[in-house]
Design a protein around this ligand. Structure first.
Ligand code: ZN
Length: 169
């Protein structure tokens, strides 16, 4: 298939809690390839399946610099099994257009899941990778980063998007 369309807020499909993957079918392999391609094309450093309209627990990410060769990682049914510390950083999202905001996250996480061959994988992450993993796993639970900012900031963004929508039509 290749590139997939990225859903954007306020699409209801971004609010769904996704189902675990039961079997690593050809469709899942294709989804992972398509998600990686879509992420690089955007460009972004992480993407979750619900962002391309697939309600299953799959994420891809690559926090390497643009100069390095691409090394997309996929995690299936990822789970945060440990977290500690606190970090505040500016986040954006391919599904939240024209907006960035500071979000508070754990500064270190341990994430467990499966790789695309079905082997169990444990990733200890800090800094940017820890933030990306928490952000993408949130997507699998129907949570966007704007759900983690103040109500006031969020409502200002929602208002702005509504205005824009009206302007467009
Ligand atoms: Zn996102």
């Amino acid at each position: 298939m290749g590139l997939r369309q990225i859903l954007t807020f306020p699409d209801e499909r971004l609010k769904v809690e996704c189902e675990p993957v039961e079997e690593l079918t050809d469709e899942i392999q294709e989804l992972i390839d398509d998600m990686a391609e879509t992420m690089y094309a955007a460009p972004g450093i992480g993407l979750a399946a619900p962002q391309v309209g697939e309600q299953c627990r799959v994420i891809v990410f690559d926090v390497g610099s643009r100069e390095e060769p691409r090394n997309p990682m996929a995690l299936i049914n990822p789970e945060i099994v440990e977290c500690e510390g606190e970090i505040v950083s500016e986040e954006g999202c391919l599904s939240v257009l024209d907006y960035n905001s500071e979000v508070k996250r754990s500064s270190r996480v341990c994430v467990r899941g499966l790789d695309r061959e079905g082997r169990s994988l444990e990733i200890e992450a800090d800094d940017l990778l820890a933030i990306v993993l928490q952000h993408e796993i949130d997507h699998l639970d129907g949570i966007l980063f704007i759900d983690r900012i103040s109500k006031l900031k969020r409502s200002l963004y929602v208002k702005r998007m509504k205005k824009k929508e009206k302007g467009d039509t």
